[in-house]
Ligand binder design. Structure first.
Ligand SMILES: [Zn+2]
Ligand SMILES: [Zn+2]
Length: 183
């Protein structure tokens, strides 16, 4: 386990909070986005501002962290590749267990405090990635790109090409236009 850098922007020192269950602290962070905060086509640009509001609460086993984070997303439309800029506002909550309370079983996936420090980065990353659409679109009904020439159809809805049907296929096209028999 690598040790945390207390000066890192998304590392929080909990010593001021103390360990008395019930004690609480509110923290606001203006951090810069770490690399890869998002998915390939959409995310928070590295170094972009991330505003984080947190409530830290000491409980028996550790520190309960509840927070929200706001940032600007940039990316591109999955259909037409147009740049997208959007705001993201995510919520997260995680219990960071004191090292001496952590389960001995290494397989147990729990977040632990390390030398009274909390690493928010994985928490933030999970919250952001979960909140992102699987296929970001510039608008819900983005018509995408023309399959013939790659033009962006939203800019040119009446876009059409000369029907370039090979004469050898013309009879087939006529056949396909024949009314279908319904059963
Ligand atoms: Zn689009
Ligand atoms: Zn076209």
């Amino acid at each position: 386990m690598t040790s945390l850098d207390p000066r890192a922007p998304l590392v929080l020192d909990t010593r001021e909070l103390g360990r008395r269950p019930g004690s609480q602290r509110e923290v606001t962070l203006a951090a810069q986005a770490p690399a890869d905060l998002g998915i390939q086509v959409l995310g928070v640009a590295e170094g972009a501002p991330v505003e984080v509001d947190l409530r830290l609460e000491a409980v028996m086993e550790g520190v309960l962290v509840t927070g929200t984070a706001r940032a600007t997303l940039t990316g591109e439309c999955a259909r037409c590749l147009e740049p997208i800029a959007d705001e993201i506002d995510v919520r997260f909550q995680e219990l960071f267990v004191y090292e001496d309370h952590a389960p001995a079983d290494e397989d147990d996936e729990v977040s632990t405090l390390q030398d009274d420090l909390i690493d928010l980065e994985p928490l933030l990353r999970d919250a952001v990635v979960l909140a992102l659409p699987f296929q970001p679109l510039c608008r819900d009904d983005c018509p995408g790109l023309c399959t013939e020439c790659g033009a962006r159809l939203a800019d040119d809805p009446d876009h059409a090409h000369e029907a370039a049907i090979d004469p050898r296929w013309a009879s087939l096209a006529t056949l396909q236009q024949d009314p279908q028999q319904d059963d």
